[in-house]
Design a protein around this ligand. Structure first.
Ligand code: HSE
Length: 303
């Protein structure tokens, strides 16, 4: 087996009312540099070591093994995996999805499984439970999908997004998805649900027709999850004025938070500098869409 590299993009899920269903792949990456070894080892960047195990309890390994077993294999060839991580952990930018998708790619390459992207997506949904992060991490672009535990349906958009900037406003604290999901109501009133579903429908239609201004407006119309989660993201309510002043089309809590993502169709360095000053307590990163999704690159030829 040759040395190979797997690269998985960060993702931003929900885009407002597209809760558990809509997501986009963004230009931040986890990279796995892989080579044959006598035993499994994940070399983890120092700052991530408290959160990412280096042995077989690593989520990448567990997912790779799950994938192998699902395809009728008992084991995986031991591999040394050097991890480079530009996706902050537990901030709403799909870090756990990068591990899940990275693990599936790893098994696919090590065992030459030849999985289709749809098969990878299905395995990832079984592990993650909802498709909105893993879908774009595998396919790139914007993914609209639904998974009910058995059936997986999706529509994938990749066109017309080159000039958009997705500004990630990243706080310096972690927020576990489980905690942010724990704040959501068990039931929602019928009339409210119809209204929420209408907002989500308009969001998706706006994304599909590249009506970015309307998509931005819909991002802010969400009532499925953002009103309940803001209590855990104290800065969120202060972003509106700052972002509107810079002509952002709209903003939303990325995934389960605490990162906020704001959409811009016009961007320049002056705007970046002003926003860095106005949002000085945050890591502010202007990102682009990633269109290719997860990729595996062979670094040395087979002998
Ligand atoms: N749709 C998910 C949520 C994304 O908002 O909880 C995080 O996994």
């Amino acid at each position: 087996m040759s040395r190979f590299q797997i690269r998985v993009p960060a993702t931003s899920a929900n885009l407002g009312p597209g809760f558990d269903s809509v997501g986009i792949a963004l230009s931040k990456y986890v990279t796995l540099d892989c080579q044959p070894a006598d035993e499994w080892f994940f070399s983890v960047p120092e700052e991530d070591q408290p959160y990412i195990p280096s042995g077989k309890n690593n989520l990448i390994y567990k997912t790779a093994l799950f994938t192998a077993e699902a395809m009728g294999h008992e084991d995986l060839p031991p591999t040394y995996v050097q991890l480079e991580n530009d996706v902050p952990i537990a901030r709403g930018l799909g870090s756990s999805s990068t591990a899940v998708v990275g693990g599936i790619e790893l098994a696919d390459h090590l065992l030459d499984l030849g999985l289709s992207r749809y098969e990878k997506f299905k395995i990832a949904c079984e592990i993650e439970g909802h498709p909105d992060n893993v879908g774009p991490a595998i396919f790139g672009g914007i993914m609209v999908s639904n998974y009910d535990g058995e059936h997986l349906d999706y529509v994938h958009f990749t066109e017309g997004m080159d000039d958009l900037t997705w500004l990630a406003i990243i706080p310096d604290y972690h927020l576990e998805t489980e905690k942010a999901r724990g704040l959501l109501p068990v039931e929602i009133e019928y009339k409210q649900a119809v209204n929420n579903s209408g907002s989500a429908n308009v969001l998706v239609a706006a994304l599909a027709t590249k009506n970015w201004a309307l998509a931005g407006k819909m991002m802010q119309s969400d009532r499925w999850h953002q009103p309940y989660r803001q209590i855990l993201i104290p800065g969120f309510s202060s972003f509106k004025d700052i972002l509107e002043k810079e002509h952002s089309l709209g903003h939303y809590i990325s995934g389960a938070g605490p990162t906020t993502v704001a959409l811009f169709d016009e961007w320049d360095e002056d705007k970046r500098e002003r926003l860095e000053v106005a949002l000085e307590d945050y890591q502010v990163e202007p990102l682009q869409v990633n269109l290719s999704g997860a990729e595996t690159l062979v670094l040395t030829p087979e002998k």
